[in-house]
Write a protein that binds this ligand. Structure first.
Ligand code: DOR
Ligand code: ZN
Length: 345
């Protein structure tokens, strides 16, 4: 058996939802991750400090959350007030603000259309060192969905960063070689999260030989050359890249539908998938940097003191295919190959 002991990882991009779904999925992340940046795209979204405080309490009350620290975020709207953001940060509640371009993805209708309207908030965030987490896709219907990330960098992100040069920015779930290159070259105030699933699937997994809705997420997986660029970035050890699973549960009837929701539920298998990818790349010695060190470093936090051990067994590990929730079954991400890694308990 091969084993690898690393600092306990964190998840720098996670959807826990609310209600019965929150009750069911929280333990799936808390089992392996000490902390997670919690996405605010609830219905209605987590917009104010008061919203985040209440949501944090609901997360902490969920089964399995005892040793889990949710790091809350606020959903940036054109009405967000700089003072409320600064106060929520000062009390230690809020660790980032999330920018969704309006219409880009699940529950993003309250997102930003006119960036002039959010400029005062961005200026205050730069002053106080509060990071902006960016969903980097343009929403312009004339732009091909596979190009929306690269176009976003040119049209929106780069101008935004030039206007706010001291703002700390996380490019969330990058899916392209262009995204990885931009993040790598952006200096210490810029970083990118990468999901486990974008290291494994390309667009053929979604579309070739039948449509597979459980591989559909946003930003959508791109062609193989981009997947390879992401693997190179994640396994490079560069401080510009760290894990954000974007584990995003939707019940099966909402995925397996004429207009299915975007999101891959990876929490139960994310670390096993990562260990597989890093081992294949000959980079197991850099998994700790990606999963446990670079994220806290960017966010100005200490890495977790606790360690975990990943073990590789000769026989495949029987991960469950579905998680039953009070809202219905949620399909667990299937990497398409047997997983041999598990976290030792
Ligand atoms: O695939 C995705 N699912 N991408 C997102 O940006 C949102 C997420 C969700 O909330 O389901
Ligand atoms: Zn997300």
């Amino acid at each position: 058996m091969t084993s690898l002991t690393i600092r306990r990882p964190d998840d720098w991009h996670l959807h826990l939802r609310d209600g019965a779904m929150l009750e069911a999925v929280t333990a799936e992340s808390a089992r392996d991750f000490a902390r997670a940046i919690i996405m605010p795209n609830l219905v209605p979204p987590v917009v104010t400090g008061a919203d985040a405080r209440a949501y944090r309490q609901r997360i902490l009350a969920a089964p399995g959350a005892a040793n889990f620290t949710p790091l809350m975020t606020l959903y940036l709207t054109e009405a967000t007030g700089a003072d409320d953001v600064a106060a929520a940060h000062a009390e230690g509640l809020v660790h980032a603000v999330k920018l969704y371009p309006a219409g880009a993805t699940t529950n993003s209708a309250s997102g930003v259309r006119d960036f002039d309207k959010v400029q005062p908030v961005l200026e205050r965030m730069a002053e106080i060192g509060l990071p902006l987490c960016v969903h980097g896709e343009v929403t312009d219907h004339s732009v091909d969905i596979f190009d929306r990330e690269a176009v976003f960098i040119d049209r929106v992100l780069d101008p935004l960063r030039r206007r706010n040069p001291t703002l700390r920015v996380v490019m969330e779930h990058v899916t392209t070689a262009e995204g990885a290159t931009y993040a790598r070259e952006g200096g210490e105030g810029l970083a990118a999260t990468i999901t486990a699933h974008h290291l494994i699937i390309n667009r053929n997994h979604i579309l070739a030989g039948g449509i597979r809705p459980h591989y559909y997420c946003l930003p959508v997986a791109k062609r193989e050359t981009h997947r390879l660029a992401l693997v190179e970035a994640a396994t490079s050890g560069s401080r510009s890249f760290f894990l954000g699973t974007d584990s995003a549960p939707h019940v099966d009837p909402l995925k397996e539908a004429a207009c299915g929701c975007a999101g891959c539920f990876t929490a139960p298998v994310a670390l096993a998938c990562l260990a597989h990818v890093f081992e294949e790349a000959g980079a197991l010695d850099r998994l700790e940097a990606f999963a446990s060190l670079n994220g806290p470093d960017f966010y100005g936090m200490a890495p977790n003191a606790e360690q975990i051990t990943l073990e590789k067994s000769a026989a495949p590990v029987p991960y469950p295919a579905k998680l039953e929730t009070g809202e219905g079954p949620v399909t667990v991400f299937d990497p398409g190959f047997p997983l041999h890694w598990r976290v030792a308990r």
